[in-house]
Every structure is written in structure tokens, then in C-alpha cells.
Design a protein around this ligand. Structure first.
Ligand code: ZN
Length: 268
């Protein structure tokens, strides 16, 4: 079965009520998580969390606003590159970096993985790839974070085999099989939060885990359908689709065998 290892690479701070209506006006930490997925001798990374590149690419111009809105805290050794090196994980051993979406806190470290393929939603990337300046910022996309050869190393998940999902994953019914994952990693669109936002069901020894990325920011979002602040709607691709996705997570969570992991489950 697949092995999943959770990493945290920095965090940002927000008001608690941004992530969950009624949670109060105190400032909370929202960690930026990434996951190492291993099947046999294959390794993929799900997002990268923050890295120094985020500071470099948001230090001037309009993108300075990005770090004003989400103040970022990252010690040098906390970037994934440093964590991997200290664990003896060669960066070149990562076959593919899967991008759940293109927000800075998910892709900031991709330049460190110069030997890996990138996997993402083609539909999402096509909407973002030409955006610059304010239009890019509005989508939480910092073009400077992308390696120059990004598109040469890019594989769209829409090219993967589609498969019906096991009944226990209802209401999710169809997914994309990550090649060479022995059908243990099945990628699903989770639309609403951002362009091309995706999640993945990973079959581990403990059952299926859904890496749900930013489809919710706290378990209460989907367990009690207590959504984020209306202010958060301003940065969503589609609030309507976001709440449809949240409803699906709500139904999925009724199955106690399924684990749902959020990228930023905060400390409210
Ligand atoms: Zn996001």
C-alpha cells in the first residue's frame, strides 16, 4: 500500500474567522503542509509548502500585497528542501511534484525539484499561465515562482486513465489514476477554491486518505458545513462550486474509514 508522510513547511497567519465563520477575531497559525507519497520505489510530492522563493518573489511590486495579506513565517531549515536533505531524501528521487493548485503556499518550493515532472490540472493551468500583475495576484498566482522550464516538464492529469472509484469513496465516483501508482493514488477535481484545484485519494495500510488540499480550511467547514468568512469568497474561484465540493466532503466524512487531510488545518 502507499505510504504517506506529512511535512509542514512554514505557516501563515490569519484571523480565525477567515477560515471558519464565528471562530473569533484572534490571529491563528495556518501551516503549509506537503505530503510525500511513496508506492514501491516511486515517489511523488503533493505540493511544497513555503520556500524562500516566496519571499524573493513577493518583496516588491504588486505581489508585496500577497505577503501583507498572509504574513509568512518560515525558518531557513523549514523549507522542504532542508527537511528532505536532513532526512536523507534526495530531491532528485522525487519522480513527480503534484500541484494541488497554484497558490503560492503550495508551489513556492517547486524550483528546488529540478529533476521532477510536474503534474497538475491542465484546465487550471490554461486559465492561469498567461496572467501577470494584478490579474495573477487576484488568483493567488505568483508567476515568478514557476521554473523557466515548467511547461517542458508538465503533465496534465487529464491525460491519465479515468477509473470508477470504489463505492466507499462515494459521493466521489470517478478519478484519474496516477501512472505507476498501482491505482493507489487516484486524483479527483475539487473545484471552487482556486483554478485547477484537485485532491487525491491515497490507499494506505490504514485505508483511504483524501488529500483535500484547500477544499476546506478546518474540519468544521465540512463536518458542520460551517464555511469560512464571506470575505474568503473574494479569493475563491467559485463560491458556488466551493460549497458543492464542501457538501461532497461532508458526505464522504460520514464514512469513518476515510481520513481527510487538509493542507492548512489551523490551530483555531
Ligand atoms: Zn489555496
Amino acid at each position: 500500500m502507499a505510504k504517506l508522510t506529512t511535512f509542514e513547511a512554514g505557516y501563515c497567519t490569519h484571523l480565525a474567522c477567515m477560515a471558519q465563520k464565528g471562530a473569533g477575531f484572534h490571529i491563528c497559525k495556518f501551516p503549509a503542509r506537503a505530503w510525500l507519497i511513496e508506492v514501491g520505489n516511486k515517489r511523488w510530492l503533493w505540493d511544497t509548502g513555503y520556500a524562500d522563493y516566496f519571499y524573493q518573489s513577493t518583496q516588491s511590486g504588486i505581489f508585496k500585497l500577497y505577503r501583507k495579506l498572509t504574513p509568512v513565517y518560515l525558518q531557513e531549515q523549514e523549507a522542504l528542501k532542508g527537511q528532505f536533505l536532513s532526512l536523507g531524501i534526495e530531491l532528485s528521487s522525487i519522480d513527480g511534484v503534484i500541484l494541488s493548485h497554484f497558490h503560492g503556499d503550495h508551489i513556492a518550493g517547486i524550483r528546488d525539484f529540478s529533476c521532477s515532472h510536474f503534474i497538475c490540472s491542465g484546465e487550471g493551468w490554461k486559465k492561469l499561465r498567461t496572467l501577470r500583475g494584478f490579474k495573477a495576484l487576484k488568483q493567488g498566482f505568483v508567476p515568478e515562482l514557476m521554473p523557466e522550464d515548467f511547461e517542458e516538464r508538465l503533465i496534465f492529469l487529464e491525460s491519465f486513465e479515468e477509473t470508477p472509484l470504489p463505492q466507499e469513496l462515494w459521493p466521489f465516483t470517478v478519478g484519474y489514476v496516477l501512472p505507476e501508482s498501482q491505482k493507489q493514488v487516484l486524483i479527483v477535481p475539487l473545484p471552487g477554491h482556486a483554478c485547477g484545484h484537485i485532491g487525491a485519494f491515497v490507499q494506505t495500510d490504514h485505508g483511504w486518505t483524501l488529500l483535500a488540499s484547500d477544499a476546506a480550511w478546518t474540519p468544521a467547514n465540512y463536518l458542520q458545513l460551517q464555511g469560512p468568512s464571506k470575505l474568503a469568497h473574494l479569493v475563491m474561484e467559485s463560491p458556488l462550486l466551493y460549497y458543492q465540493t464542501l457538501q461532497k466532503l461532508h458526505q464522504l466524512a460520514r464514512n469513518p474509514q476515510i481520513t481527510i487531510c487538509l493542507s492548512h488545518e489551523g490551530y483555531l
